[in-house]
Design a protein around this ligand. Structure first.
Ligand code: SF4
Length: 296
């Protein structure tokens, strides 16, 4: 039987992958907005268990093309362990085309250029990174464990070896106050233009009690941004993006879902957001996106 430990989070775009659990929890576990793994101590899966799971999964799903390594930050594994896992995946799953996983800026930093090239050669060619913002002050508040310069340097290294990355941006991280939200969006657009992700996915800040932001809200030190502000922030981000990438706000946390390619679909997406912003400014109602259309 394959080994899985709850909770399991995976990006919507990897829903059909073969999942192999190589870590549990998150090695950082300190982002101010995230409570996903607060009750799950970080731990590496034993290597013999990983190999046994790959062998069994390959028998069950012999034609799988994509593998997704669980959980919060599998790229934190040492190069030697990741290389061995990559060798097993390529050996036992001949149809393999891509191995994706969550990563952090610090876990990239720990690998040399030659090591990154080797992992890319083993089809570890797509990393999910929660960059969340390119604004220095907001990034410090998010407590991601890296600063903007470090993120830029490590993303450039990924780019140079051909490893693609997808990133999230969180609207509303600066709290109530439109100007700060717009400034965060502008600085983030400038950042993502310099190191464009394959896809930039926008979510709106959801506040959980078991997080630092949840605590600040209880103490009255963090006032959540209103829905209209988060929409205007998303619009500001979108209007500032010029480098080619896929942009998506299709997520249940967002009031208005849009998706398209930058730059060709940007104006159409902006028009959609502008129409809905105008409705909200005129005290109109917008039906909340439910995610039930299967797009998430
Ligand atoms: S957002 Fe990602 S890196 Fe931050 S604590 Fe949550 S799982 Fe870990």
């Amino acid at each position: 039987m394959l080994h899985y430990t709850e909770p399991i989070y995976r990006p919507p775009s990897e829903a059909d992958d073969l999942f192999i659990q190589v870590t549990q929890g998150c090695s950082h576990n300190s982002c101010s907005f995230c409570g996903q793994y607060k009750d799950t101590p970080f731990r590496l899966s034993p290597m013999e268990q990983i190999e046994a799971d790959i062998i069994e999964a390959a028998k069950l799903y012999p034609d799988k093309k994509r593998v997704y390594l669980l959980s919060g930050d599998p790229f934190v594994l040492s190069f030697d362990k990741l290389k061995q896992i990559g060798l097993w995946l390529n050996q036992y799953i001949p149809s393999l085309e891509a191995v994706a996983m969550f990563a952090s800026i610090n876990s990239i930093k720990q690998k040399t250029d030659a090591e990154l090239k080797t992992l890319f050669g083993l089809k570890m060619n797509l990393l999910y990174l929660g960059i969340e913002t390119g604004d220095p002050e907001t990034l410090a508040f998010a407590n991601k464990g890296h600063n903007v310069e470090e993120a830029y340097t490590q993303l450039k290294r990924l780019e140079s070896v051909g490893i693609g990355y997808l990133s999230a941006y969180i609207s509303g991280l600066t709290g109530d106050g439109l100007e700060k939200g717009l400034e965060n969006a502008r600085n983030s657009a400038a950042f993502f233009n310099k190191v464009p992700p394959v896809m930039l996915g926008v979510t709106s800040l959801s506040i959980w009690d078991n997080t630092e932001i949840g605590k600040l809200r209880r103490e009255g030190k963090f006032i959540p941004a209103p829905e209209l502000q988060m929409l205007e922030e998303t619009r500001e981000l979108l209007s500032g993006l010029t480098s080619p990438m896929l942009f998506s706000s299709i997520h249940v946390s967002n009031l208005v879902p849009v998706m398209g390619r930058i730059p060709e679909d940007r104006n159409e997406m902006l028009q959609t957001l502008d129409q809905q912003i105008a409705v909200l400014k005129n005290d109109g109602d917008i039906p909340r996106y439910s995610g039930r259309d299967g797009r998430m």
